[in-house]
Design a protein around this ligand. Structure first.
Ligand code: CP
Length: 344
């Protein structure tokens, strides 16, 4: 953990293989903590974590707040609808108000791309020692989801030692609305960094061919890719072809609220071509796990029967793993902001 260099977690494009190893190792240790009885660690006692969600959330927000409490942090939860934003206070002044109250770790979700990054830059420029965690920005990035998906897959393939190495050479199929998915983008950075070969599948309107080059160069504003050799990315439009030889399948929510135009003819037609079912998974040629970041449109991305079959569906496992992964992120960033009292 001594080589952790990030003051903020904004985009997994900036993560090295060592960074993934650090997060996964720490998450595995936190995952082993008892879930009842004395289940708190004193690591963040006296530290203030604030969640600022300008867009709805069930999983990410609750799991960051639970993670913070399990590390004994104080937690403030900002709700835009009942805040002074409605009186014209700016977003930055709102955030500075929480910083003035002592918030050191800010978890920010916003519908607009790069809001967490702009806040981090503004807070850095004003000399504060505050860390920003991106809880999801527009279509751009959802780093904690990418990390919890990685952790869930690594635990599936190597339960005793869930390291990035567990992903090397695996064929991971991501099916659905890649175009509107910050989850898919974060997974592309994470999975290819660990040497997985990713197949993106969906209708051409939702999975354009140029996604095959998504990780070919770092995003603008980042000079170098910290990963020397990445796995491959392939785009296919036929799900039955994509599933052959798959080691795991991740399906994505159809984000109709983000679709600017009619990109689908019908939900029924979509389910026929791209919906997952037990029968369809037989194309993989062996039992494979299914992931979904949630929330799920039952009967669209996957059948309800498949979602509820915990011998195949890792959806509950993803939710459960979100807590130790977010504990790891909070712990690492708290240490980057100021010294921690003791190692865990
Ligand atoms: N996966 C995810 O981000 O879920 P929420 O929108 O409920 O946080």
């Amino acid at each position: 953990m001594s080589d952790w260099t990030h003051r903020h977690v904004l985009d997994l494009a900036a993560f090295s293989l060592d960074d993934y190893t650090t997060v996964l190792e720490l998450a595995q240790r936190f995952r082993a903590m008892p879930t009842s009885g004395a289940r708190k660690l004193p690591a963040l006692q006296g530290r203030l974590v604030t969640t600022l969600f300008f867009e709805p959330s069930t999983r990410t927000r609750s799991s960051f707040e639970l993670a913070a409490r399990r590390l004994s942090a104080d937690v403030l939860s900002f709700t835009p609808g009942s805040s002074s934003l409605s009186k014209g206070e700016s977003l930055l002044d709102t955030v500075r108000t929480y910083v003035a109250m002592g918030a050191e770790l800010l978890v920010v979700r916003h519908r607009a791309t790069a809001v967490p990054q702009h806040l981090a830059e503004a807070l850095d420029a004003s000399g504060g020692r505050v860390a920003v965690l991106n809880g999801g920005d527009g279509l751009h990035s959802h780093p904690s989801q990418g990390l919890l998906d990685l952790f869930t897959l690594a635990r599936h393939f190597a339960p005793q030692s869930p390291t990035p190495e567990a992903l090397r050479g695996r064929r991971i199929v991501i099916v659905g609305d890649v175009l509107h998915s910050r989850v898919a983008r974060s997974n592309l950075w994470a999975l290819t960094a660990c040497g997985a070969d990713v197949v993106l599948c969906g209708p051409p309107t939702l999975v354009p061919q140029d996604f095959a080059d998504f990780v070919a160069a770092p995003p603008s504003g980042q000079r170098l890719d910290p990963v020397v050799e990445r796995g491959t990315v392939q785009v296919l439009h036929d799900l039955d072809d994509a599933l052959v030889g798959a080691d795991a399948v991740m399906t994505l929510r159809l984000q109709q609220e983000r679709m600017q135009q009619n990109l689908l003819t019908s939900l029924d037609g979509y389910h026929q071509r791209y919906g997952l079912s037990q029968r369809r998974l037989e194309r993989c040629g062996r039992p494979v796990p299914v992931l979904h970041p949630g929330p799920v449109n039952r009967g669209v991305e996957m059948t309800g029967e498949l979602l509820d079959d915990t011998s195949v569906s890792l959806v509950d496992e993803q939710v459960c793993n979100g807590i130790p992964v977010r504990m790891a992120l909070l712990y690492l960033l708290a240490g980057a902001v100021s010294a921690l009292p003791a190692q865990v």
